[in-house]
Design a protein around this ligand. Structure first.
Ligand SMILES: Nc1nc2c(c(=O)[nH]1)N[C@H]1C(S)=C(S)[C@@H](COP(=O)(O)O)O[C@H]1N2
Ligand SMILES: [Mo]
Length: 524
């Protein structure tokens, strides 16, 4: 038996072989994942598993620090760690071939476990991409360490000796080219897979609503440079979700199931079924529970959709106050996300929607095409399910949805907040009249008053823009006569119930940040 100890491969080619084997493994896995399921690819699977297992405070920190780039940072991090491990595996394989190959296979098993363990995984075939990648990677690694030597003059005992650098470079280039080719092929096939979804979105003709959004009253939009526009354009609308690959759903094949406790007639609806119903259009401000005081995860859009309460009533659902057995509505998305809303809130007369349109166009893929939920007054994580495919009526006792399993509160009405949009922190406005302005929101209660304070001075009323509806934010502005010096500007809002925002600063976990927003400016 030949020994597995292989003298002669230097560290650099060994590490490079490991790296190339890693690239080949990933490229193969991504290629196979096109056939299986794009989300079953190892990077997405391991990344997703990491997201699922990240404790709430760390996730919160990542969203705060990297914002919408958090997913990119995560994937780059995974690639970096993989590259390091691949190089180390190459070094190991140069000394112990079998141990090195086994190491590559082990990565495959980890990737496979991550893929099959994701909430959206329904089949063991999700393990295939990682396993196929690992086999390809292990085979390539062994070949790269063996072939450059095979041409060397035979040593007397029959074992290859020496190391033909030219042969290694040839083998390495071939491996790199093959990986790049497989990766590119996977990409283009993956893009082709999304073509049906893209075409189905392009074909959507949004019907006119039976009930149009109330015309935005004059005076709703203040003309102040630097203030958030009343309507947030889709391209600027914040995005928060756990999807490392944005689901691309073909609307013509999409179905929504409605079932569960107290549902007399379970329903299965197609996208066309929804468009054929009476649609309403509403301006609604959506807020993320991860939004810090003064943060960016809030926006207002004109949503077009099917009133959810009517659909529920048709299916025989009654709210708990009318004796219905279900107090929680669990929405499930195509990517396995679950969000739970109080049935009572959804059916209390507010404009809870199964939205199909956003600011006059079909939902963008990022924002849930073909259908998502929107419920005024509730944070997104307990209401705004994107890429929805299933609604189950159940109880809060019986089921904890995704975020609730991860330390967030079961119930989360939006907290009243005000934000200073202008001046920006550490701005240096000229002395004279400085317009301080921003937005305030208390969805479904409405904003009654906004006040501004300079340093520890008295609270002064800000001028409020007209109110569109209680479900939308309100712009405000305050003309400040500023003299040179450094100041802290603070804002606070009072909602229609008469409650003024608490000064007490809390973090976002478990049910949303509280406290007053302030900015420091230096007047020149
Ligand atoms: N499928 C799915 N839906 C989801 C989420 C998610 O991670 N997956 N995140 C929720 C959260 S936390 C918020 S705040 C809103 C954000 O919606 P947006 O990205 O359209 O702004 O979507 C909600 N719906
Ligand atoms: Mo959120």
């Amino acid at each position: 038996m030949t020994t597995t100890r292989e003298p002669g491969v230097r560290p650099l080619p060994a590490a490079l072989s490991g790296l190339l084997a890693g690239c080949a493994a990933l490229a193969t896995a991504e290629l196979v994942s096109v056939a299986v399921r794009p989300e079953a690819g190892p990077i997405v699977a391991v990344g997703g598993a990491a997201v699922d297992r990240t404790p709430a405070p760390v996730k919160d920190w990542a969203i705060r620090t990297f914002g919408t780039q958090d997913k990119l940072v995560l994937q780059l991090g995974i690639l970096l760690v993989l590259a390091l491990l691949a190089a180390l595996t190459g070094l190991l394989a140069a000394r112990h071939r079998r141990a090195g190959a086994a190491g590559v296979l082990l990565f495959g098993v980890v990737g496979a476990a991550a893929a099959t363990g994701r909430p959206d995984s329904v089949s063991f075939t999700d393990a295939l991409p990682s396993l196929a990648g690992a086999v390809a990677g292990a085979a390539l690694l062994l070949w790269l360490l063996w072939w450059p030597r095979a041409a060397s003059p035979e040593a007397p005992d029959g074992r290859p000796s020496g190391w033909d650098r030219r042969r290694f470079l040839l083998a390495a280039s071939a491996a790199a080219a093959a990986s790049a080719g497989a990766g590119a092929l996977g990409r283009s096939l993956g893009a082709a897979g999304a073509e049906d979804a893209v075409a189905s979105r392009a074909a959507v003709v949004l019907p006119r609503p039976r009930s149009a959004a109330a015309p935005v009253p004059p005076g709703t939009r203040l003309r102040v440079p630097g203030i958030s526009p009343f309507t947030t354009p889709n391209r600027d609308f914040y995005r928060v979700d756990t999807a490392l690959v944005v689901p691309k759903v073909d609307a013509t094949r999409w179905r929504l199931r409605l079932h569960g406790a107290g549902v007399r007639t379970p329903l299965t609806l197609s996208f066309q079924d929804l468009l054929d119903r009476e649609l309403i259009e509403r301006d609604i401000t959506l807020t993320c529970v991860s939004n810090e005081v003064g943060g960016p995860y809030v926006g207002t859009a004109r949503w077009l959709g099917v009133p959810l309460a009517g659909l529920l009533r048709e299916a025989g659902v009654r709210p708990p106050s009318r004796g219905g057995p279900a107090d929680q509505l669990v929405a499930r998305s195509v990517d396995g996300m679950t969000l739970g809303s109080p049935v009572e809130d959804v059916m209390d007369g507010r404009d809870a929607l199964l939205a199909v349109g956003m600011n006059g166009e079909p939902l963008p893929f990022d924002h849930g095409f073909p259908v998502r939920m929107v419920v005024p007054g509730l944070y997104g994580y307990v209401s705004a399910c994107k890429w929805i495919q299933d609604i189950e009526l159940t109880t809060f006792d019986a089921y904890d949805p995704y975020w609730v399993k991860r330390d967030w509160a079961r119930k989360a009405p939006v907290k009243t907040q005000a934000r200073i949009d202008t001046p920006k922190p550490f701005a240096r406005p000229a002395a004279g009249t400085v317009v301080v302005a921003g937005v305030a929101w208390a969805q479904h209660r409405g904003i009654d008053r906004v006040e501004v304070r300079v340093d520890d001075g008295p609270w002064r009323p800000a001028e409020l823009a007209a109110e569109a509806t209680t479900d939308t934010w309100r712009q405000w502005s305050y003309r400040w006569r500023a003299t040179p010096g450094s100041y802290t500007l603070t804002v606070r809002a009072t909602d229609r119930t008469g409650e003024t925002q608490t000064e007490r600063r809390t973090r976002t976990v478990p049910d949303g940040a509280s406290g007053w927003h302030s900015v420091v400016v230096a007047v020149e």
